[in-house]
Ligand binder design. Structure first.
Ligand code: FMN
Length: 180
């Protein structure tokens, strides 16, 4: 049961429906993304009319661009122009990606759920594009070269070293409980 309600974006009345969707659509698929977008946003108008959306992953050097795009609305400002960003056509969906961001993940919208003030969009990853500068010699994404960042507690943070790889805890022997 999901009992925590995030700033009223979901209401207690729809937490069960939200949980079911999350389990079925997100956890059951290995390759999926979700976005919750406010209905007042210009992005909401665009995404709801489109067949998908692109997750453009910035590097830590691009925090100012991210902040600008997250602060000003496209209703009044051409954010591509203001931030010198270049749209480039996606291969599987109609929405464009942004060339200057090192990693672009094309998602086809599979489901949208109205949560009152926001809608949740569930997307299936259809294609991934990345800048050559973030690839290693084998052609896979080098997370150190990507230099990702995140937004947390009203600030943007660079992500430091990885502390553990997924699944590693399975390999660590657990200490047996000591009986007194
Ligand atoms: C770091 C950050 C994260 C944000 N995340 C969301 C979000 O998940 N959903 C949302 O609706 N708005 C979010 N916002 C607010 C919108 O980005 C902001 O209202 C923006 O002006 C919307 O632009 P638009 O009208 O062109 O869509 C976020 C803002 C920041 C700075």
């Amino acid at each position: 049961m999901i009992s925590r309600v995030w700033h009223g974006w979901t209401t207690p009345a729809n937490t069960d429906a939200y949980e079911t969707l999350f389990k079925r659509k997100v956890l059951s698929r290995r390759v999926s993304f979700d976005r919750s977008i406010g209905h007042t946003r210009y992005s909401y108008q665009i995404i709801s009319r489109s067949d998908g959306f692109v997750i453009d992953v910035p590097s830590k050097t691009q925090a100012e661009i991210v902040d600008y795009c997250g602060t000003f609305s496209g209703k009044k400002t051409d954010k591509f122009k203001a931030c010198n960003l270049t749209p480039f056509p996606s291969t599987k969906i109609s929405s464009p990606a942004i060339l200057e961001f090192p990693l672009n993940i094309e998602c086809a919208t599979r489901k949208s759920v109205n949560l009152g003030s926001h809608s949740f969009f569930f997307g299936e990853i259809m294609a991934v594009h990345c800048d050559e500068s973030i690839l290693d010699e084998k052609g896979t994404i080098d997370k150190r070269k990507l230099q990702p960042m995140c937004a947390f507690l009203n600030s943007y943070w660079r992500l430091g070293d990885s502390v553990l790889e997924f699944g590693r805890s399975r390999l660590i022997p657990r200490r047996r409980k000591q009986t007194p």
